[in-house]
Design a protein around this ligand. Structure first.
Ligand SMILES: [Zn+2]
Ligand SMILES: [Zn+2]
Length: 194
C-alpha cells in the first residue's frame, strides 16, 4: 500500500490519498460537458482535457483523503444550485475535484491535483473506462474508449459507492463539515459565461 501525493500547481495546497493500490478507486475519463466547462473556466482546457474533451478522474472514498497544507486556498464553484461541488485551489486555479455531498461518499479527484513526480500508474492502476462518451468531442477511437463496458463500469462504480456508504467511508471528509455544510460557500458560475 502506498500513498498518492496530491499537490496544486504552485505547491500551496498539498495532501494525500492514503493506502492506495490498483482497484481501490475508480480511475476513469469523464466526457461530460460540466467537467469540460470546469477546465475551461480556468483556461486550462489544454492542460486538463484529452484530445476528445475528456477529464481524467480518480474516484475514491473521502475518508482516505487528507489536505496537509493550504486548506485556506481551497475554493468551490457550482454550475447550478443542484450541481456537483467543484473544488479548486484558488492560489493557482488548479482544479482539485468534484463531490456531491456527505450522502454520497466519494471524491472525484482530477488528475491536475495528483502530483506528477510519482509513479501514478503503479500506485493506482490504469484507467478502467470512460463515462459520458456520447458527449465527447469528435470521435474517440475504440482504443481510447477501451476498458470496461458501460454497464460493467457503472456496476463497478455503484458497487464501490455502496461499500463506501455502508462502511462509513464518507467521513472524515476534507470538503464538508460533519453537519453536511461545505467548508467554503460555493460560488455559482453560469455556464454561459465560460
Ligand atoms: Zn496553488
Ligand atoms: Zn464529468
Amino acid at each position: 500500500m502506498e500513498d498518492l501525493k496530491l499537490e496544486c500547481k504552485c505547491g500551496e495546497v498539498t495532501g494525500v490519498v492514503s493506502n492506495v493500490k490498483p482497484g481501490c478507486g475508480n480511475r476513469l475519463v469523464c466526457y461530460c460537458e460540466d467537467c469540460r466547462n470546469f477546465a475551461k473556466h480556468f483556461n486550462k482546457a489544454d492542460d486538463i482535457l484529452n484530445e476528445f474533451g475528456g477529464t481524467e478522474i480518480y474516484q475514491i472514498d473521502p475518508s482516505r483523503m487528507r489536505i496537509y497544507h493550504g486548506i485556506e486556498n481551497i475554493s468551490c464553484l457550482r454550475f447550478s444550485d443542484k450541481g456537483l461541488y467543484r473544488w479548486y485551489a484558488s492560489c493557482c486555479q488548479t482544479p482539485i475535484g468534484n463531490t456531491v455531498g456527505l450522502n454520497l461518499p466519494f471524491v472525484g479527484l482530477i488528475h491536475s491535483f495528483v502530483a506528477s513526480d510519482q509513479c501514478i500508474d503503479s500506485k493506482i492502476g490504469p484507467v478502467i473506462g470512460s463515462v459520458y462518451t456520447e458527449h465527447a468531442i469528435g470521435t474517440p477511437s475504440d482504443e481510447l474508449k477501451a476498458g470496461k463496458s458501460k454497464t460493467r463500469l457503472l456496476f463497478t462504480i455503484l458497487r464501490k459507492l455502496f461499500i463506501w456508504k455502508i462502511f462509513g467511508k464518507g467521513s472524515p471528509n476534507p470538503f464538508f463539515h460533519k453537519d453536511g455544510k461545505p467548508i467554503v460557500e460555493p460560488s455559482l458560475v453560469s455556464r454561459n459565461k465560460i
